[in-house]
Design a protein. Structure first.
Lengths: 341, 533, 277
């Protein structure tokens, strides 16, 4: 167990270093662009005097390294500045919008695993048969379109032409929201014991989460298949086959677990990539999350909000990767040893 | 196994949707939507959504008359004007949402807050020198010069509950100022007005929920909405579907004409706000080749006015615009008669182009459009094609609003052509035209022309200070003539805001010309709407 | 080469990939000859025939200012392919060189280079490109830059891993013993052994670059009108759903077909050349 803790600490350490790098990168990008942030902030009717005052207050007249120093100081106080888009502190915005995005991504991640891995197993079991070919085509198709294309197609089919699902939002607005505890509507509804809200929230999240997960499902299926096929070539499986174990037992018991590890790494990466793709899906489904906020602030050159959003999303990305590493270590202690050295 | 899963999913989905569809709408709830984000602090209000919020959560001393010009007393009962001094007597016993009684102190506080924060529409009150509460119900504004448009400006001075704000001021260490943040933090999530509706929840990216104020100082029709949900950032396609499924009541005016057409065809009603708005195509008069009046006239004659009108027409009798006759929209002081509508004249365009001191081949005109308004992209393409016909090359640049507002501050950064919808924020022609064309304010978002013209300046000043309607009219007519002659802008069309609405709402202010306010956003006074269940 | 081509055409899936990719590339090259209204790629407006569903001769319908959608999709392929090629041509040499140097030199060089790479890799790809693009003026050139900035680290990561394992091989050791220069070892000895993986990844990536570029322009961060672009066509058309479905469906399918083609081809190449995932 000790080596796991050591590995965890090491990963957190490197992640922090990387996160500081990210903050430098995004801060530099945000500061070197043409245009005066103070003027953009104050809007079209501001006077020169007001602009100068704000420039002073935002330390815009200092050099970039000093500015970065102020930024880090503010950041350590939990202050990311004011968003021009909503006129509120960026931290307030992030706190309000992040849970919706996380809920969406977690549902999508669940779909990715729940559909992707079984499809991969089926394909491997029926290697080179029609099942395998269909899964392969399906998997390739899903990764061949950006998630906004799937979002638009799903919306057109299942919300417009066949109005089975709602077209926008997290919940029907005449329903009373449960107390905001986790920010995840589904979880809050359950805590509240409000089944109607729970069902309604699930009903709203299904289509966007599925659209978001499609390319991940394809990836997961392909990888699981590839790894299972590799594993089937291993001597111990051949032995099991020679002993006459049932195909099902071999597939689920002996071939599956070793194949899972390489898949997990990639699924972790994919899961994190969904944080990016959420930008596209939230735009289509009017999902009031951090990604939609991210798109709006980027389009409006709202610098504080851009820096904040990118930092938070990168942090999530790193956290997900650490979790995946932990999972892998848990499944296969050998990797733990190799990595902990 | 896989197929079974799929079947199961379909069954589950159908079951879910049948549960969720059973309730359609709660009694008396009005659902409408606006652009991406709403601002409930009245001192920061600037756009249409903000105006709707401001007009419902807060009240003003005066309001525009319905169906005819002029203003009626509202929070005031009467007012007197003596040269530069405006004295208002306030209505007694009006209660804020907090239960506090409104007094003259609150009016003074509201103006001071607006001016100190210096955001939103505070520039309207730049001429107010002093304001004082002479007694609990009398307030006196002293201006630094006589102003014919001051009364109109007051529709943009919402009265705020001083006591409620003072109790919620946030002071930071750096701020030695007594007023701290002027209650900015508090008012970004709360309402502190006397209005007919009060805010119950506000998420600037999602929706603002308002409830009817039972203690409103005027009687409100029983059929008026009991709750209003103003939603933000909905896609056009979403709104279109929600309305046709009876899950939404009034769209924003930013739906593309095609979508409005589809909704009207499906039986939705179309609401129209005839207003004080015009679509201007602004030319940078400080940058070659458009610093030559002939080059500008060449472009304005080459512009295909009819195609634009065709583009914005919705049904046989409803359109998002009517033909422009000049710089002043119809229904406003100084307008030109309908018979003088602007039309395309290619011959004139060619003649002007040859009179221009520049050779068009040496230039590439930069046509910009604001990315928040997709319709403008089509206008940009139209212009590009129109100008190509007389041999003028151009390129198209998309600009987000914030960037546009930043770039126009310098003439050399301002694109050759910018497209803007400008309205008179108080309904008075002064607030439409001064900000656009006076040389003292060149280089704001309204004035990317960077125009410096003495005759224009003079006419604008006369219009602002003239004492009688007749004199004002003469000044604005002269201004209109001059603006057509020197063509700093192409006058695209008179804008009418068109909203698609479900048939369960009645909005007299937006469907009956006799009831219209003539002030953008005022048509959305919720207390005057009716909901039929 | 001949053998590869034979292998590609013998399997129905890879054959399909070859056919799709050929269609996309050929139609992009010969767009002037196969599109019915080549002038519609530019600033043309025809308000007598706008927003029309598919009909002859506008087989995919017309857009919001009356231009032929089929024509614009074909020209959009041209822009996407140019973008894809340019991005790879810039980012692959950069990424590969850094990966080779980091992998072979080790020590501080490796730590610094790979940490920088990690920084770029730890911002979700689309988010990084969006942030860069959002702060620049939207144009084809800036679009290429933004995608390039997010793309090179993936090659660094790939080549770094390959180099690390190659460095243990006997031939590298042999070269070191006879005193070959570092430059020679990196670019003459190790690099040739990475080509198979790099080329496979490039074939796959061409599709993904198109996909990312389409995503950027979908969010309003792409090329400017009147240049045709698949992502912005879907985004604009999205406002007119469900009535004007053709504005969305055809550009969406066009993206799908192109990327699917490159994926099939890349997949097949990987099997033939034995590159890594």
């Amino acid at each position: 167990m000790n080596s796991v803790v050591k590995m965890l600490l090491k990963r957190i350490g490197t992640s922090l270093v990387v996160l500081i790098g990210v903050s430098m990168l995004i801060f530099t990008i945000a500061r070197v662009i043409p245009g005066d942030p103070a003027r953009i902030a104050l809007g079209p009717n501001a006077s020169i005097e007001q602009i100068d005052k704000l420039r002073e207050r935002l330390h815009l007249n200092d050099n970039i390294i000093t500015q970065y120093g102020y930024f880090i100081k503010d950041l350590s106080n939990g202050n990311l500045g004011i968003s021009l888009y909503t006129n509120r502190p960026v931290t307030t915005d992030i706190a309000q919008f992040l849970p919706a995005t996380l809920e969406l991504v977690i549902f999508a991640g669940f779909f990715m695993v729940a559909f992707g891995i079984p499809l991969g197993i089926i394909a491997a079991k029926y290697k080179d048969k029609w099942q395998d070919h269909s899964v392969r085509i399906l998997a390739l198709l899903t990764v061949s379109a950006p998630s906004f294309v799937w979002a638009v197609i799903l919306m057109l089919l299942f919300a417009f032409f066949l109005p089975l699902f709602p077209v926008a939002g997290r919940i029907d607005d005449q329903l009373l929201l449960p107390d905001n505890i986790t920010g995840f509507l589904t979880v809050d509804a359950l805590i509240d014991g409000n089944f109607t809200v729970f069902v309604n929230a699930i009903w709203h999240i299904l289509l966007p989460a599925f659209a978001l997960s499609l390319s991940g499902i394809g990836q997961a299926a392909r990888l699981t298949r590839a790894n299972m096929v590799e594993t089937y070539k291993k001597p111990y499986i051949e032995m099991a086959q020679a002993f006459g174990f049932s195909a099902k037992r071999i597939a689920t018991k002996y071939a599956f677990k070793p194949s899972l590890i390489p898949s997990l790494t990639i699924i972790g990466l994919d899961f994190a990539a969904m944080l990016g793709n959420a930008f596209l899906v939230e735009a289509v489904f009017a999902w009031p999350g951090l990604s939609r906020y991210g798109v709006q602030v980027i389009l409006r050159k709202d610098l504080n909000a851009i820096v904040g959003t990118v930092l938070v999303i990168s942090a999530m990305f790193l956290v997900v990767n650490i979790i995946v590493d932990l999972l892998i270590t848990y499944i296969n202690p050998r990797i733990r040893l190799a990595k902990g050295q | 196994m896989n197929l079974n899963h799929f079947k199961l999913a379909i069954i589950a989905a159908t079951a879910l949707s049948s549960i969720a569809i059973t309730h359609v709408h709660a009694e008396g709830v009005l659902r409408l939507n606006e652009v991406a984000v709403g601002e409930i602090d009245p001192a920061k209000a600037s756009d249409y959504a903000d105006s709707i919020l401001m007009f419902n959560i807060y009240d003003t001393l005066v309001v525009p008359n319905q169906g005819r010009g002029g203003f009626a007393a509202h929070l005031a009962t009467s007012f007197e004007v003596q040269d530069k001094v405006f004295t208002f007597t306030l209505r007694e016993g009006v209660k804020f949402h907090s239960g506090n009684i409104m007094s003259a102190e609150d009016v003074v506080f509201s103006l001071n807050r607006l001016k100190s924060m210096g955001l939103g529409l505070s520039y309207l009150f730049g001429d107010v020198e002093t304001i004082e509460a002479t007694d609990a119900n009398t307030v006196k504004f002293t201006l630094n010069k006589p102003s014919a448009s001051f009364i109109a400006s007051l529709v943009r001075l919402p009265i705020i509950d001083k006591k409620a704000i003072m109790a919620n001021i946030v002071k930071s260490d750096e701020d030695k100022d007594d007023m701290g943040d002027w209650g900015e933090k508090y008012l970004s999530t709360n309402s502190a007005g006397t209005g007919a509706y009060k805010v119950t929840s506000h998420n600037p990216q999602d929706e603002t929920v308002m409830q009817k104020n039972p203690n409103y100082f005027l009687d409100i029709d029983k059929a008026a909405p009991s709750e209003v949900r103003l939603r933000y950032g909905l896609e056009a396609a979403t709104v279109r579907t929600l309305i046709s499924q009876n899950k939404h009541d009034i769209s924003s005016q930013w739906l593309p004409p095609e979508v409005l057409k589809a909704l009207a065809k499906g039986g939705s009603q179309l609401l129209v706000e005839k207003g004080t708005q015009e679509f201007y195509i602004k030319m940078n008069t400080a940058k070659a080749p458009l610093d030559d009046v002939h080059c500008r006239l060449a472009l304005s004659n080459a512009f295909d006015y009819n195609s634009v009108l065709k583009l914005v027409s919705i049904t046989d009798d409803v359109a998002m615009g009517s033909a422009a006759t000049g710089a002043i929209p119809s229904g406003m002081l100084g307008e030109k008669p309908e018979s003088e509508k602007l039309v395309r004249n290619l011959d004139a365009a060619k003649k002007h182009l040859s009179a221009c001191k520049y050779d068009p081949k040496d230039f590439e005109i930069n046509i910009s459009w604001i990315s928040e308004v997709p319709l403008e992209e089509r206008f940009a393409l139209l212009m590009q094609a129109n100008f190509a016909e007389i041999g003028v090359k151009s390129k198209i640049t998309k600009m987000p609003w914030a960037l546009f507002a930043e770039q126009v501050s310098k003439a050399e950064n301002t694109p050759h052509i910018s497209q803007l919808f400008v309205n008179a924020v108080t309904g008075d022609p002064d607030t439409l035209l001064f900000g656009q064309y006076h040389s003292s304010v060149s280089g704001t978002w309204q004035s990317p022309e960077h125009l410096k013209d003495a005759i224009v300046d003079q006419a604008l000043e006369q219009g602002r200070s003239a004492s009688t309607i007749k004199l004002r009219e003469a000044a604005y007519s002269k201004l209109n003539e001059r603006l057509i002659e020197i063509a700093p802008s192409i006058y695209g069309y008179n804008v009418q805001a068109v909203f698609a609405a479900s048939n369960r709402v009645k909005v007299p202010a937006l469907s009956d010309p006799e009831k219209s306010f003539g002030l953008e956003g005022m048509g959305f006074t919720f207390r005057l709407m009716q909901i039929n269940e | 080469m001949k053998k590869i081509f034979y292998q590609l055409t013998s399997n129905p899936m890879s054959l399909l990939g070859v056919i799709l990719v050929s269609i996309v590339i050929l139609s992009a090259i010969f767009a002037d000859f196969i599109t019915p209204f080549p002038e519609h790629r530019g600033a043309i407006v025809d308000f007598s025939n706008f927003n029309q569903p598919p009909h002859w001769p506008n087989i995919f319908g017309t857009d919001l200012v009356g231009r032929d959608l089929f024509t614009r999709i074909i020209y959009a392929y041209r822009i996407s392919l140019i973008l894809g090629f340019v991005v790879l041509v810039i980012s692959v040499p950069i990424g590969v060189s850094i990966g080779l140097v980091a992998g072979y030199m080790g020590g501080w060089t490796e730590t610094i280079l790979m940490r920088i790479t990690d920084v770029f890799l730890s911002i979700p790809p689309l988010v990084l490109a969006m942030s860069v693009m959002g702060l620049l003026e939207p144009s084809l050139f800036n679009g290429m830059m933004a995608v390039t900035i997010m793309w090179w680290p993936w090659y660094t990561r790939l080549v770094y891993n390959l180099t690390r394992s190659e460095t243990q091989e006997g031939y590298v050791l042999a070269a070191e013993i006879i005193g070959a220069s570092k430059f020679h070892i990196i670019f003459r000895e190790i690099l040739p052994n990475c080509w198979a993986s790099i080329i496979t990844k490039m074939a796959l990536d061409l599709g993904f670059v198109i996909l990312i570029a389409a995503s950027l322009s979908f969010l309003g961060l792409g090329v400017q009108a009147p240049t045709p672009d698949l992502g912005s066509m879907v985004a604009e058309g999205g406002n007119y759903l469900p009535d004007s479905w053709w504005l969305v469906i055809f550009p969406a399918l066009a993206i799908l077909i192109a990327v699917f083609g490159f994926n099939l081809l890349g997949d097949a190449l990987r099997e033939i050349l034995g590159g890594e995932e």
